[in-house]
Design a protein around this ligand. Structure first.
Ligand code: KMH
Ligand code: ZN
Length: 275
């Protein structure tokens, strides 16, 4: 298990699935996303997991919108680590998804396998993953392995073993509780965390009503946490969170009660080998 004891909180502030009609508090414009990223940083998040939307509020991987949003985040919260999504939305083609890398982020997600995603399929074939890994490596971006299934952890390990990804440090995100994919449970977390290399770090993103309990388990067990409106829009049963920062504050409170300090951005950059 990694020696890094402090807690890394990632805020997934928008995603590609929730729409403003469902949640009027969802940030979607570059202005709103950058303000929200800053609020989350102030609340204790050190990584922002970023998707963007077009003028109509629909998911897009448009390079210019990513560039504009990332630049605004860097201005408002210069220390925040920016992680762009290469997952996009389920219907997007690989080339479209890869455009986010043009925004010069610190990190990017790398989904390491195909999974069910509600009624859709989130497609990540071996060829696609190798291409994504190559592009991410070319740009010297730190990948976060997005694992929706246990086999995705195996494939991420294989990428490392074969040298397709070669970094100072590896960070895995277990996205659990997506309808049709790996269930959100203590057993799932234990199984997936036992598969990763010793010095790697692991993060849990529990989907929907699983967000809070899975975060609590991860914090207690030495893992790290992702929360935000991409994964869950409620602060309590039937009550929408008014900001992603409320969801971050809630995990900070759990961490404090469990005596886990929140990592600084500087400490994470050192661990991850981000310059
Ligand atoms: N929106 C999901 C289909 C990622 O950001 O890398 C994929 C996703 C993963 O959100
Ligand atoms: Zn995402």
């Amino acid at each position: 298990m990694s020696d890094f004891k402090k807690l890394i909180i990632t805020a997934a502030i928008c995603g590609a699935e929730v729409m403003k009609e469902q949640d009027p508090y969802l940030p979607t414009t570059p202005e709103e996303l950058s303000d929200e990223a800053k609020r989350c940083f102030d609340a204790g998040a050190r990584i922002v997991h970023l998707h963007v939307r077009d003028e109509k509020g629909n998911p897009t991987q448009d390079a210019e919108i990513f560039k504009k949003t990332v630049a605004m985040i860097r201005k408002k919260a210069p220390e925040l680590i920016v992680q762009v999504s290469t997952g996009g939305a389920t219907w997007m083609k690989p080339e479209e998804r890869l455009q986010s890398l043009e925004s010069n982020p610190d990190m990017a997600t790398l989904s390491t396998g195909t999974s069910n995603f509600g009624s859709d399929i989130f497609m990540n074939t071996k060829d696609m993953i190798l291409k994504f890994a190559e592009k991410i490596t070319e740009k010297n971006i730190m990948p976060e392995f997005e694992c929706f299934e246990a086999g995705h952890v195996s494939f991420a390990n294989w990428l490392v073993k074969k040298g397709y990804i070669n970094r100072k440090h590896y960070h895995y995100d277990f996205v659990i509780g997506v309808p049709g994919a790996m269930e959100a449970s203590l057993e799932t977390i234990c199984h997936m965390k036992n598969m990763i290399p010793d010095e790697a770090t692991w993060c849990v993103a529990g989907i929907g009503r699983h967000e809070l309990n899975m975060a609590a388990i991860a914090i207690a067990a030495g893992g790290h946490v992702r929360v935000g409106m991409e994964d869950n829009i409620y602060i309590s049963k039937g009550v929408l969170a008014k900001s992603n920062a409320e969801l971050v504050e809630r995990v900070v409170a759990i961490a404090k009660n469990l005596n886990r300090e929140i990592a600084t951005a500087e400490e994470i950059k050192e661990l991850f080998g981000l310059s």
